[in-house]
Design a binder for this molecule. Structure first.
Ligand SMILES: Cc1cc2nc3c(=O)[nH]c(=O)nc-3n(C[C@H](O)[C@H](O)[C@H](O)COP(=O)(O)OP(=O)(O)OC[C@H]3O[C@@H](n4cnc5c(N)ncnc54)[C@H](O)[C@@H]3O)c2cc1C
Ligand code: SF4
Ligand code: SF4
Length: 418
């Protein structure tokens, strides 16, 4: 099966919902919109010319992803077989207590974003924020002040197209940082291969570790669980205001509801199931190998397991490039970040939940192909190391799991044609 248009990418379950296709083609031609599956996807509104479609094919992170260069971490860094380039590793948080409390984890990303604007290294930060029309959804957010960056803090687990304004900012000559999910950063790196402006105008890319994006259909069940209609909400916060903070909902008539982190995402007696988009299930890089800095949670561990009890927020802060490691050091010296050393062996335990995807993607991609379905072109993600770490049993499980799911059509998604 070949990809001939954007609907093919969506229906094959490869779309991550990043929105860079809208940015490339312009909203008159491609507009990100909600499908009946509750996912934000590109709707083609007018005929896409061949050149524009070819450029989207080169940039779309549902079609192609290229991993880090061997030396990305620099001469004093290392390439971890599973976890990628490591130019520096710390545990840390925003030194400003207000930011640390408000943000998703320790506020490291917001502190770095604020530092980048304050120091004049960038004039703008492109990231995401709750949508004003539906607070469960998120919209791309252009921050030009420190307050804007602060206002765009916190994790957004639902649909939201982060990259719809990239070309507007490039055309305006802005120098900007992108804070986004790892697939968003993959799109920016792909764009850099076809658009020279990226290297000079997007000097910093910052990211998270990413468990994946859920559908609106799933998330709507949360207010409904408390007897509220999704359209009654004027606030939906996934986390933050504490660490990890609750999923907090407020209605226009003054009611409010909370779910703990574990109830939200691991609850057993709740009327929703973890409805990830298919692209997330085959994601070769949900840990931000291509960014300059990647900031997962810096969980407090008990008996080898992360504790999700409320505590002062913390991140792990991984410099993925020498430039990223330098940014982290500078932000610490400027008083924006507080850092402590962190051991690689502890990191490998804390974030081992990412190992199955990091080692399973070659099998899953092959399974899709054997089923005659389109799969991503994945280059430079240390396929051999992934296979060795997976071992034959897990490789075969990933392969046959991928094949079975694709044959059953479980990768397929509703687009705008059906
Ligand atoms: C979908 C999703 C899945 C995650 N899965 C994991 C995981 O498996 N393991 C883990 O350790 N951490 C995960 N996190 C990351 C974690 O929730 C924190 O966001 C991260 O540790 C950064 O914390 P912080 O306090 O530095 O972020 P903050 O200072 O609060 O800043 C977060 C930044 O990320 C941007 N952002 C938030 N959501 C999105 C989004 N959906 N798309 C693009 N940009 C966004 C915000 O605009 C903001 O600039 C996930 C986050 C998200 C959004
Ligand atoms: S992954 Fe991004 S670029 Fe590709 S089709 Fe989806 S929204 Fe468009
Ligand atoms: S899991 Fe991968 S594809 Fe899914 S949202 Fe995260 S980075 Fe993007």
């Amino acid at each position: 099966m070949r990809i001939s248009n954007l609907d093919d990418i969506v229906e094959a379950g490869l779309c991550a919902g990043c929105g860079i296709c809208e940015s490339i083609a312009g909203r008159d031609v491609v507009e990100m919109d909600l499908t009946r599956d509750g996912r934000i996807r590109p709707r083609t509104k007018a005929s896409l010319d061949h050149g524009t479609f070819q450029q989207i094919m080169q940039v779309c992170p549902g079609v192609t992803v290229t991993g880090p260069a061997k030396g990305q971490a620099g001469p004093s860094g290392a390439m971890h077989g599973v976890f990628g380039p490591m130019a520096s590793l710390n545990r840390g948080w925003a030194s400003d207590e207000n930011t640390r409390f408000h943000a998703a984890a320790g506020g490291a990303l917001t502190a770095l974003g604020i530092y980048l604007v304050r120091s004049g290294k960038v004039d703008t930060v492109l990231h995401i924020k709750a949508s004003e029309t539906n607070p469960i959804l998120s919209d791309a957010w252009i921050s030009t002040t420190e307050q804007d960056v602060f206002d765009g803090a916190q994790s957004r687990y639902g649909p939201g197209a982060s990259l719809t304004h990239v070309h507007k900012l490039l055309d305006e000559g802005r120098i900007f940082a992108v804070i986004g999910k790892p697939c968003d950063i993959a799109a920016i790196r792909n764009l850099g291969r076809v658009d020279d402006r990226v290297e000079t105008q997007i000097p910093y890319c910052l990211t998270i570790f990413c468990g994946g994006t859920m559908s609106l259909n799933m998330l709507n069940r949360m207010p409904e669980y408390f007897g509220a209609a999704p359209e009654d909400l004027n606030l939906f916060r996934y986390r933050g205001e504490g660490w990890p903070g609750t999923t907090h909902m407020e209605t226009k008539d003054g009611r409010s509801f909370d779910l703990t982190y574990d109830e939200s995402w691991y609850g057993e007696d709740v009327p929703w199931t973890y409805d990830l988009q298919f692209r997330c299930k085959i994601c070769p890089d949900a840990i931000g190998e291509l960014a300059d800095v990647s900031c997962p949670d810096g969980w407090i561990m008990e008996n080898g397991e992360p504790l999700h009890e409320e505590a002062p927020g913390a991140n792990l802060i991984i410099g993925r490039t020498p430039k990223g490691a330098e940014l982290v050091r500078e932000a610490e010296a400027a008083g924006a970040l507080t850092l402590e050393p962190y051991a690689l062996a502890d990191f490998e335990i804390m974030h081992r939940d990412h190992k199955p995807r990091k080692t399973g993607w070659p099998g899953r991609m092959l399974g899709l192909r054997l089923a005659g379905q389109p799969a991503m072109q994945v280059r430079g993600y240390r396929r051999l190391a992934a296979l060795m770490a997976a071992g034959p049993r897990y490789f075969l499980a990933s392969l046959f799991g991928g094949l079975r799911r694709a044959r059953a059509g479980l990768n397929r998604e509703a687009g705008f044609r059906n």
